[in-house]
Design a protein around this ligand. Structure first.
Ligand SMILES: Cc1ncc(COP(=O)(O)O)c(C=O)c1O
Length: 444
């Protein structure tokens, strides 16, 4: 019985795995919310001293663990922030897992890192950053925000207060807590946008502002903050400006939308999650700094065995730029998909989500039972259903999931329970607009 090498006793696992991946890539439904007790019972005895053998272990995975999940990658997943990895990126992700490129350092993974850097350059160039900008890929937006804010703190001397909008993603507040920094929460107005004017009012007379965090696509409403206004105030305060574009900043690749991100060229750091709107599998965040050398001064890890990975002065190891040492080459899947299909194909896929959001908004606007809260700026649609309270939204989303129509999650807007739909999967059929509308009008 061997674990490794060509003699490993895994039977036809490779064929099963390839078959499973192909089936998944052909499409998956909204999935199910698994029941804890049922799952624990069904998985009992999976790990034994002697092993179950291929049939037994595969059954545990394919018949028990795999089906009891929501399909985040389903074209009917319209909650939270969905993911819709391209076929090319999924296969490359499987290769990345197989090769284990040790993508923390040039010494170990120059080829993988050089390829990843092309994606970071594309994003930095599109943002209008100088050619000296640089960054790294990390595991996700939360760790990207944390890494950038750690650099902001280092630049701030004794200042520890960070301006955040009331719409900022939870990971920003969490990062500030970990870093011992305090949020100064600035309320957004009716349009849910953080503006330079609102920040100026909130910080008047203060000398302790270390940084401003703006969103390029807030999670709940998909709103892009006034990045140019934020940049003006950041300059006045000599504060770091970080933009959390985990969800929405990928849309700056669309020339017709670029103006909405005006000011992004002036920020100190930003993140974009390819596993959100750049069609890569989960586990990928692009973190870009205007001056990567500042990040390197904060994040470079030192130690007797680690120092030997530093072989040249003219390159940054990815692990020098973010809070992660051993690192999957999580930028390779999106790099490969871009290399294979080109940027334009990715733009077209983003446009598909925008079109769906527009169509849904149009339908909700004319329906007498519903009211649109705001026109979607990106691909999030927020709306009221007249007469519905929190329980109605819960029943609605449970119903939709049970019927396999869609996975939607209730949310609130300024404390009021409202409907929220996020369209990012390019294969979501336009007919879903009518299906959802019917579900909203069927009940009183
Ligand atoms: C705007 C924004 N920032 C940060 C995050 C956190 O990203 P991750 O879940 O990849 O850690 C999210 C997640 O949805 C997000 O929407």
């Amino acid at each position: 019985m061997t674990l490794h090498g060509v003699g490993a006793s895994t039977g036809d696992l490779d064929a099963r795995a390839v078959h499973w991946i192909r089936e998944r890539l052909a499409g998956t439904g909204a999935g199910v919310a698994g029941d804890k007790a049922t799952l624990e019972r069904a998985l009992a005895g999976a790990i034994t001293d002697g092993g179950l053998g291929l049939d037994g272990a595969w059954r545990m995975f394919a018949d028990v663990a795999a089906p009891a999940n929501i399909g985040l990658d389903s074209d009917r997943f319209l909650a939270f922030i969905p993911t819709s990895p391209s076929v090319a990126s999924v296969w490359m992700d499987a290769i990345v897992g197989t090769a284990n490129f040790s993508a923390e350092s040039w010494l170990e993974a120059a080829g993988a890192i050089a390829a990843e850097n092309q994606v970071l350059e594309l994003l930095a160039r599109t943002a209008g950053m100088p050619s000296s900008a640089g960054g790294c890929f990390m595991s996700g937006g939360s760790i990207g925000n944390l890494s950038a804010l750690a650099v902001a703190r280092e630049q701030a001397g004794s200042r520890r207060v960070v301006v955040v909008a009331d719409t900022a993603h939870a990971s920003v507040r969490s990062a500030l807590h970990l870093l011992g920094m305090q949020p100064l929460v600035v309320p957004t107005g009716a349009d849910s946008r953080l503006t330079g004017a609102a920040i100026r009012r909130a910080v008047a007379g203060r000398t302790d502002i270390a940084a401003i965090v703006a969103s390029a696509g807030s999670t709940n409403a998909g709103v892009i903050d006034d990045l140019a206004g934020c940049a003006d105030v950041a300059a006045e305060l000599d504060a770091w400006l970080h933009v959390d574009g985990a969800y929405g900043l990928a849309a700056m690749l669309l020339p017709e939308l670029r103006d909405r991100f005006a000011g992004i060229e002036r920020v100190d750091s930003f993140i974009v999650d390819p596993h959100k709107w750049l069609f890569a599998p989960v586990g990928s965040c692009a973190l870009v700094y205007r001056r990567p050398e500042l990040a390197s001064a904060v994040h470079t890890q030192h130690g007797p065995y680690i120092d030997s990975i530093r072989t040249a002065d003219d390159v940054f190891n990815p692990s020098d730029l973010g809070y992660q040492l051993t690192r999957r080459a999580s930028g390779l899947p999106i790099w490969f998909a871009l290399a294979l299909h080109g940027v334009e194909a990715h733009r077209a896929a983003i446009r598909a989500g925008l079109r769906l959001a527009e169509a849904m908004a149009d339908a909700l606007e004319v329906c007498p039972d519903t009211e649109l809260l705001m026109r979607p700026e990106l691909s999030v649609v927020l709306f009221r259903r007249h007469g519905w309270v929190a329980d109605d939204w819960r029943v609605w989303s449970a119903d939709l999931l049970q019927r396999g129509t869609a996975f939607v999650a209730p949310t609130t807007h300024r404390g009021e329970p409202v409907g929220r739909l996020v369209f990012m999967h390019p294969l979501t059929p336009m007919s879903i607009v009518d299906e959802l509308l019917a579900s909203l009008t069927a009940r009183g």
